[in-house]
Design a protein around this ligand. Structure first.
Ligand code: RIB
Length: 285
């Protein structure tokens, strides 16, 4: 059986990460941190997660013509994500996320989108894939144009929470959000015709169809070190499992395990699990 093909339209960032004893309050300086740089961005993260879980993946996105671009794309390239549709712009820098991670594993993220904000509908031509996966770190018109001209399974991770046209949710087969984002969208999600997955961190996730709960799963108990990218891994894993034909409960369990594994290691992309790691943990639960 050939691997499912997933197209991702989304952001590519370089994550500049400090790990600190605790997160700063407004105006507070926290010392004693360590610093690392990791490839990130919700689009790139979801593309890499899907690839490590076994899909053929192509990514549509924009970076700057700068030194951060190569670093931001390094793991995607190493793992074999198709980057033919990623453009280098000379009029904006590569997107950057400033991330503080506390010892408790909570984080704070500030994103400077740079070139991500320039990804235009005209940059995304006809997409041939089994599924299209989008998020909200590139212009919403681009997501909408990509979704409306695509004929397969359309999944959208409505993160970070932002106003979206009704038509985007109406086109979706699957919407993924965390608890906080779900609260921002309110009735728009409970009225959605699509499946809607809501994640609750260590408490797991629930999957709804037309407002009715159809599955619930809890992740295995893990020691969380860094939750950055765990939601991205969940979204990619759930999309992949559903297009592979898994039943809702099995797909949700698979996605919760993948997301939990991503939280056990530092960084967004370096932490993303392989299919073998997820299957091994699945077999033990
Ligand atoms: O979802 C996590 C991602 O959000 C990080 O990698 C960061 O780049 C921000 O976009």
């Amino acid at each position: 059986m050939s691997a499912p093909r997933i197209a991702v339209v989304g952001s590519i960032n370089l994550d500049l990460v400090v790990r600190a004893p605790h997160l700063p309050a407004p105006g507070e300086t926290v010392g004693g941190a360590t610093f690392a740089r990791y490839p990130g961005g919700k689009g790139a993260n979801q593309a890499l997660a899907a690839r490590r879980l076994g899909a053929e993946v192509a990514l549509w996105g924009c970076v700057g013509a700068d030194a951060f671009a190569g670093e931001a794309l390094a793991l995607l390239r190493a793992d074999g994500v198709n980057l033919d549709h990623c453009r280098a712009r000379d009029d904006a820098p590569t997107g950057v996320a400033l991330i503080a991670v506390a010892e408790s594993s909570e984080n704070q993220i500030v994103v400077a989108p740079g070139a991500n904000a320039l990804l235009a509908p005209s940059d995304v031509g006809a997409i041939e894939a089994d599924a299209l996966l989008c998020q909200l770190e590139v212009p919403v018109e681009t997501n909408l144009a990509a979704a409306q001209s695509f004929h397969g399974f359309f999944a959208i991770n409505l993160a970070p929470a932002a106003p979206v046209p009704d038509a985007l949710i109406a086109r979706a087969d699957l919407v993924t959000v965390n608890e906080g984002e779900a609260a921002c969208y309110g009735d728009a999600l409970s009225a959605a015709k699509s499946m809607v997955a809501i994640t609750y961190g260590a408490e797991g996730a629930t999957l709804f169809r037309q407002g009715e709960e159809i599955a619930r799963a809890r992740p295995p108990k893990i020691v969380a070190r860094d939750t950055t990218g765990a939601g991205d891994t969940f979204s990619a894993a759930l999309t992949l499992a559903l297009i592979e034909g898994s039943a809702p409960e099995a797909a949700l369990t698979f996605a919760c395990i993948a997301g939990a594994l991503a939280a056990t290691r530092e960084g967004a992309q370096p932490a993303m699990p392989t299919r073998a790691e997820v299957d091994a943990l699945l077999a033990r639960t």
